[in-house]
Design a protein around this ligand. Structure first.
Ligand code: 3HC
Length: 301
């Protein structure tokens, strides 16, 4: 059955090579998913060799994990490793049909990335953004071919979460949208078409929920109490574990975008802002106990 709002699948173009801009954790997970499900070459790019090596290394480590668990054969693991490569320059995208960016959540950075990619790819190549909350229409504005820009929003952990938000910008054309839906299907995700609105759908709900838990801590509830208060509701993980998974900086950015758009409905947590300013990746330590130092940063003064 065709998902609501999806165009005629016959309009979809074939994807034979994928480019991923950014080699961070989310980008590496996306690269692996594309290689595993589409079985086509996937090229990651990033700003420097260190990040690139780390990103490709992360993909290889995940493939080793799949092999160890018996999820893929030794042959397939070797093939997947061969499919994923890194390049410091975007000319490696020349014959790509689908390029997805998963770089820092900053409109100017993302627009610059797409403008650069446009220099190398064919006019038909889809430019997808994994943005959590930014406007897809604004990201496409000013490009030579804005019709090929589409939102393609994954959820952490990318390998596991079934949902994919596909966002149609003002200019997105039917062939691009059809290619996005066909690709989502091959990736075995449940794709839904969402409006190009601040933070789309899922992050609007999640930010309200997380925002209230963090506000409780900002207002003096001990972090461990707030984090476990909802244990009885059967959530898959506690709010602060989820914060660590998503990353405090991404979470803060989404909250800020929503606060700007709907100031009466969204606030940003003081504690979260302090955690991000301190450069802390979360409040749990390696053994997944609340780290007193991180808790002090979040809850202090
Ligand atoms: N990367 C890859 N695979 C992972 C993983 C990770 N980080 N974490 C867990 N998995 C895999 C495990 O390996 C396991 O796979 P297997 O069945 O092949 O062994 C499977 O997921 C289940 O894991 P576990 O049994 O260890 O743990 P759980 O049953 O507790 O499930 C979870 C883990 C799926 C992450 C679950 O806790 C969950 O659903 N948490 C909520 C996640 C969520 O809400 N994500 C959305 C965040 S919002 C977002 O990302 C949007 C952005 O824009 C901010």
């Amino acid at each position: 059955k065709r998902p609501a709002g999806a165009p005629d699948p016959a309009l979809a173009r074939k994807v034979t090579k994928v480019g991923v801009v950014g080699a961070g954790l989310m980008a590496a997970q996306i690269a692996l998913l594309f290689a595993r499900r589409l079985e086509v070459p996937v090229v990651l790019t990033d700003l420097d060799d260190e990040r690139l090596t780390k990103g490709v290394g992360h993909v290889h480590a995940e493939i080793d994990g799949l092999l160890a668990k018996g999820r893929v054969s030794a042959d397939k693991a070797a093939r997947l490793k061969g499919l994923v490569s890194g390049s410091l320059t975007k000319d490696a995208f020349a014959d790509a049909d689908f390029v997805i960016e998963a770089v820092f959540e900053d409109m100017a950075v993302k627009r610059k990335v797409f403008a650069e990619v446009e220099e190398f790819v064919s006019p038909e190549c889809v430019l997808a953004t994994n943005t959590s909350s930014l406007s897809v229409s604004a990201m496409a504005a000013g490009l030579r071919h804005p019709g090929r820009v589409v939102g393609f929003h994954f959820f952490n952990p990318v390998a596991v979460m079934p949902l994919l938000e596909i966002v149609r910008g003002e200019a997105t054309d039917d062939a691009t949208l059809a290619t996005a839906f066909a690709t989502g299907k091959t990736l075995k995700k449940s794709a839904v078409l969402v409006k190009d609105a601040p933070a789309f759908v899922v992050n609007r709900l999640l930010t309200r929920f997380m925002g209230e838990v963090m506000a409780a801590v900002d207002e003096g509830t001990p972090l461990a109490v707030a984090d476990h208060a909802l244990d009885g509701l059967g959530l898959p993980m506690t709010p602060f574990t989820l914060l660590q998974l998503v990353g405090p900086a991404v979470s803060l950015h989404v909250a800020e975008t929503l606060h700007e758009a709907f100031p009466d409905r969204y606030a940003t947590s003081r504690g979260l802002a302090k955690l991000v300013a301190a450069g802390r990746p979360g409040v749990y330590d390696a053994a997944f106990a609340i780290d007193p130092e991180a808790e002090a940063v979040f809850s202090g003064g």
